[in-house]
Design a protein around this ligand. Sequence first.
Ligand code: NAD
Ligand code: ZN
Length: 235
Amino acid sequence: MRSSVSHARSIAVLTGAGVSAESGIPTFRSNGGLWQQYRFEDLATPEAFQRDPKFVWTWYEERRRSIAKAQPNAGHLALAEMERRAKRFTLITQNVDGLHDRAGSKNVIKLHGDIWVLRCLRCRREEVNREELQSLPPYCDCGGMLRPGVVWFGEALPEGAMERATEAVRHAGVFIVAGTSAQVYPAAGLIPLAIRNRATVIEINPEETDFSADVTYALRGTSAEMLPQLLGDGS
Ligand code: NAD
Ligand code: ZN
């Protein structure tokens, strides 16, 4: 299995909230997950934002502050190293936390946006802002309200993101799926696509998912344990 990774001409990886769990960032569905403390209908929809932007922003700003204190873990770092060694490598993530960037990953497709991006509702301008936001909601220079640059329930993915992800998976000899419950579509649909294309599909998740029975290897462990092992040199 390690040799399939080190000899692959092209590797694609799909990550989810689980890869950041060992950095102390809660996942959505596991015990203690975000949605057990909050009703997502209250937070992660355009309607919720329209109803009460300050409430939604307060929650996002809290997440931003806690993510800012977190560090990439051994799993994020292993993926950045895998990219440096591979001929062709695409990291497709459902995470919005930016920890892959901070670990050194370069070719990253952010299917669900980026919590560090702020987007103006009026002029559509986007800015990267990692500062603590002084007043909520924040406003653009044009006077329009800024929203978090993440994809909310019921919204379209960033333009071209799914097309680029599909293309990467089509070309991948090895497809690694780490830390995702694979219940959010269309991202989860990349897994059956890789299986149909006869890629070597490696799942890393301490728990079984709907796809575990169909992948080539289902590794029952955490991403910080298992991803460094896939590099095959103990690093
Ligand atoms: P999810 O919460 O539905 O699933 C997380 C999965 O990770 C579960 O299957 C769990 O068994 C597994 N897991 C838990 N700890 C793990 C570990 N240490 N190593 C490997 N796997 C582990 O998350 P999802 O599949 O990403 O989908 C839900 C949505 O949550 C996505 O749309 C994503 O945008 C959003 N989200 C993002 C973040 C983030 O950016 N860090 C955090 C929470 C949710
Ligand atoms: Zn503006």
